[in-house]
Design a protein around this ligand. Sequence first.
Ligand SMILES: Nc1ncnc2c1ncn2[C@@H]1O[C@H](COP(=O)(O)OP(=O)(O)OP(=O)(O)O)[C@@H](O)[C@H]1O
Ligand SMILES: [Mg+2]
Length: 401
Amino acid sequence: MNVKIKAENLVKIYGNKTGKALDLFRQGLSRNDILKETGLTLGVAGVNFEIIEGEIFVIIGLSGSGKSTLLRCINGLLMPTAGSLVVDGKAVEKLDGRELRKLRGEKISMVFQHFALLPNRSIMDNVAFGLELRGIPTDERRKRAQKALVSVGLEGWQNSFPSELSGGMQQRVGLARALVTDSDIMLMDEPFGALDAIIRMDMQEELINLQARIKKTIVFVTHDLDEALRLGDRIAIMRDGVIEQIGTADEILSNPANEYVEKFLQGIDVSKILDASSISKWPREVMRETESVSVALHKMKVADTDYLFVLDPMKHLVGMILEEDLLLLANKKEKSIRSIIKEARAIKSDTVMRDVYPELRQAEKDLAVIDDEGHFLGVITQYTLLVTLEERKGGDGIAEH
Ligand SMILES: Nc1ncnc2c1ncn2[C@@H]1O[C@H](COP(=O)(O)OP(=O)(O)OP(=O)(O)O)[C@@H](O)[C@H]1O
Ligand SMILES: [Mg+2]
């Protein structure tokens, strides 16, 4: 495992004459006291971490906790007041102007929540803008911009203008812009913060899929816990300039480092986030293998569905039957459903939420949830997933109909 980015006792104090503030920090004064004494803000208060090449490292914390400050230290927009920030083995604070420009222009790209697309330029030219600034010839930058547009699912939009695109699509353009430079590090500062819940989930999924192909090192800032849990290979929880805990979602949820982290995670029912069983529901009807074609048709009608899961007497999942196959059997006056039982897509009850969503997207029908012995526990539908997420967001939810 290659360490791509490393922070060593990194301190960032905003302001010019930071000497006194730094002394006070070293004496152990709090952020508030330092502010009172010197008028200077301690943005990052001595953090240590290593970000591994190819991982999505999420930084989460309340507003003002220092997330953006940390990001700006990584790309050298801010210089550490003390300590060191190392990218690819080189301390950013020791780079000269030319090396810094190279770091920002080639090695690192950024995506923000609010970034301006140039309204009078086509999507293509917006994406290629960074390359243009670097003097890359028209043909090449168009080719690269086109490739980036394809990878974010915006093929065919290259000649449109920003005003013709939805918010989600504009955010994809932002992503394409970051991809086009082919940098190996992507810094993303609340890139999906302005999107509504459903589009946001799409974008998260898109990012996961994209990452599987491009394998960049991604530092992703958010203050949405769901987003952090879904995206982060590892997550750092920040508070008042300090990192309270770094770990995988499982590590943090099952073993919070301190009371603050525990509180931070509160309001979410951990089991709800953690696994599939907690959001699965028993379907209105299920089939037994031994039941007949006419019973199946009746049950489908009652449950208003075009498929049913089939269970054995011990409630093991056997498979599923589809209405279209059933109708063929009915025409042939057959009684047994056995010949049309198909394999059903199923996930284990302890599948974590971040893995449920892509599975559900691929499932032709709803997703069956089973335990280790193959017992059927229920189904997850696109609908239940959305409702659960909405409820947990504290939103209006989606009205039952
Ligand atoms: N340019 C600046 N000059 C002075 N203080 C700043 C500056 N930028 C940020 N700060 C302060 O540093 C602290 C950390 O800010 P930062 O923007 O890193 O937080 P954040 O975690 O990104 O918050 P948010 O979630 O609101 O974006 C805050 O107290 C903020 O007021
Ligand atoms: Mg910020």
